[in-house]
Design a protein around this ligand. Structure first.
Ligand code: NDP
Length: 330
């Protein structure tokens, strides 16, 4: 049997796209050294962009999205992996122009594949997924730039989203005093349970763009949204503090002034979780599985199946998603 179930996005004419679960053939997967039977994937904002026909993410359709996959090696032509190994793949071209984790099988280069760390189950690894990896990279960069618990409040924007919610939980687990920015007035309790000490309304971060500088407030920040909010975060960092910038839900463009950089010596740190070397990803996964392991990871996520994805994709595109969605691929 070579057919398998997968979500597929197709052009339905006049620039419209539709997404449904179909049967695909393993022989139609791209070439690669490792064939993986996917057990879990997860839903990220980028998957929703791909599934809605965004050509900046996926050039040609029909296409199976899913930038994350965790599962079991079914076939391998390289010595590093053997049938039965439990593995994780995130980023690179998976789910962009290579058929992704929203299908029961993926075939990928061995250079994209990481063995599941002993401290994380396949489901837990996808509870984190690209969002968790990105949140960890953001925090790692802040710490490399000198941030320590006790320095003061650390801001997380887009806090109820995938990257944001894991960033809040990780920072709090590491002993930081977390302020969570959200546009969802009804999700304060969710953020407090993740460990946020203060909830900041999104509108407060959108005001004051006309001012050259804002009150020194944040010892560090994880920004998942970009746009005017990032501009204001840069202007309200404490002297010498840093913001990790990883997302664009509020916009790709943001205004800039050299003043915060030359008057307060602040740092803007770019974070990419997709094309970084596999060894860097592996070291983050190791951290996430041991010293940074979130004790309540299973409770932080909701589980859905492939059939639930079309509605979940609409919700995440509308900025309505709270927390992480793990996708059971059975
Ligand atoms: P989610 O949709 O889960 O989270 C985004 C959150 O941003 C929303 O939940 C919402 O949180 C907030 N938000 C939504 N719309 C707006 C808006 N117009 N203005 C301000 N805030 C808004 O997405 P992900 O967590 O999956 O991804 C977050 C961002 O990070 C995306 O832009 C994604 O492309 C990027 N990303 C980048 C990676 C990298 O390698 N650099 C890797 C992974 C993601 P709330 O309601 O709480 O404010």
């Amino acid at each position: 049997m070579t057919s398998f179930k997968a979500l597929q996005t197709s052009e339905s004419g006049e620039g419209r796209f539709e997404t449904s679960v179909i049967e695909r053939d393993i022989n139609d997967l791209p070439s690669g050294e490792v064939l993986i039977r996917v057990s879990y994937s997860s839903l990220n904002y980028k998957d929703a962009l791909s599934a809605s026909g965004n050509r900046g993410v996926t050039r040609s359709f029909p296409h199976t999205p899913g930038i994350d996959a965790a599962g079991t090696v079914a076939e391998s032509s390289v010595a590093e992996f053997t049938k039965g190994d439990e593995v994780i793949v995130t980023g690179y071209d998976l789910g962009m122009n290579t058929a992704g984790g929203f299908g029961q099988y993926i075939r990928v280069p061995a250079a994209w594949v990481i063995k599941r760390p002993a401290g994380l189950s396949l489901r837990e690894s996808m509870a984190l997924g690209t969002a968790g990896l990105t949140a960890a990279l953001c925090i790692d960069k802040l710490e490399q730039a000198g941030l320590e618990p006790g320095d003061g409040q650390v801001l997380v924007t887009g806090a109820t989203g995938g990257v944001g919610s894991i960033a809040v939980a990780l920072l709090s687990r590491l002993g930081y005093n977390v302020a969570a920015v959200t546009g969802k007035a009804d999700q304060s309790e969710f953020l407090t349970q993740l460990g946020a000490k203060q909830i900041v309304e999104r509108s407060a971060l959108q005001a004051g763009t006309e001012k050259p500088m804002l009150k020194e407030q944040w010892a560090g920040a994880v920004d998942t949204v970009g746009g005017d909010i990032l501009f204001n975060v840069v202007k309200s960092l404490q002297r010498g503090a840093s913001v990790s910038c990883c997302g664009l839900t509020a916009g790709t463009a943001f205004q800039g002034s050299v003043l915060p950089f030359i008057l307060r010596g602040v740092n803007l740190l770019g974070v990419d979780s997709v094309e970084i070397p596999l060894v860097v990803k592996a070291s983050m996964w190791d951290k996430l599985s041991v010293q940074w392991k979130l004790p309540n990871l299973d409770e932080l996520v909701q589980e859905i199946c492939l059939d639930d994805l079309p509605i979940a994709i609409e919700r995440i595109l509308a900025g309505q998603q709270t927390g992480r969605l793990v996708v059971r691929v059975d």
